[in-house]
Design a protein around this ligand. Sequence first.
Ligand SMILES: CC(C)(COP(=O)(O)OP(=O)(O)OC[C@H]1O[C@@H](n2cnc3c(N)ncnc32)[C@H](O)[C@@H]1OP(=O)(O)O)[C@@H](O)C(=O)NCCC(=O)NCCS
Length: 255
Amino acid sequence: MLTPRIRRNGNHTHATDRRSVTPDRVAPSHPRLVLRPATRGELRATARAHVDFLPTGLFPSLGARFVRRWHRSFLDSPYGVCYVVVDADAPGDGLVGFLLGTTHQSAHTATLLGDRRAIASFAITGVTAMARRPRVAVRLLRSRVGPWARRLLTRRPAGRMPDRSTPAPQVAVITALAVHPAWRGGGIGERLVHRFVAYARNAGATMAELVTPTGPAGAVGFYERLGWEAGSHRHTRDGDGLRTYHHRLRDRPHP
Ligand SMILES: CC(C)(COP(=O)(O)OP(=O)(O)OC[C@H]1O[C@@H](n2cnc3c(N)ncnc32)[C@H](O)[C@@H]1OP(=O)(O)O)[C@@H](O)C(=O)NCCC(=O)NCCS
């Protein structure tokens, strides 16, 4: 059975390679809980948890199978991060929480867009998911396809592209974070964020960023409690409020 609320034990963050499976005990009072990089075999569980506990945005509305394909792209990328907290003794997958993110968002996106096989696999999984969810497909066509097409048609000509001589700052991004409701309020979310921040800083990122819904589905109070700085606010095409949060990792780029 899940045991909610664990006792805090300071900041146990370690900047380790996300592929080295070095488990981090979450708290001595709960030796069963470990925080470590996710394995491929755990993506079914992280995808399910994403859809169940963080159902905002377009991708979760396409279902767990599509989300699993999306999560896989983080494990496949040199800039992707996926941490899990697992209850080693629980039956089933034992997933207690997960964090998905990147240590360098623009490089991660460029790597993904440069991988034709990954794009084709995304497209197939996306079309299959939409065929099973015609309502989501209609919503997507109405709200997204028009703006995407307009953006493509109004792209700046090559001669007027912005100056790229100054390298863009390395921004790490938390894409998703969720803790099983039975375990909330026990410090697991905070541990996952600290572990990510330490790893991203060590990987050279100067800033960490995330976007969270401002309504009840979001975690504005959580990030403010952790000292993240509130940034811009905007509305999604579906009308939900979103707030960006920043956390400075270092003053100058990694040498
Ligand atoms: C947000 C979430 C990950 C927090 O996980 P958690 O394990 O419950 O968080 P923690 O116990 O580590 O909380 C750390 C601190 O933040 C506070 N906190 C947690 N959630 C909060 C919230 N929604 N609003 C205000 N404060 C919050 C806790 O009380 C705790 O403060 P304390 O140390 O003074 O007691 C979890 O509530 C969740 O999965 N929510 C649904 C998904 C979601 O919103 N994800 C974030 C969007 S990116």
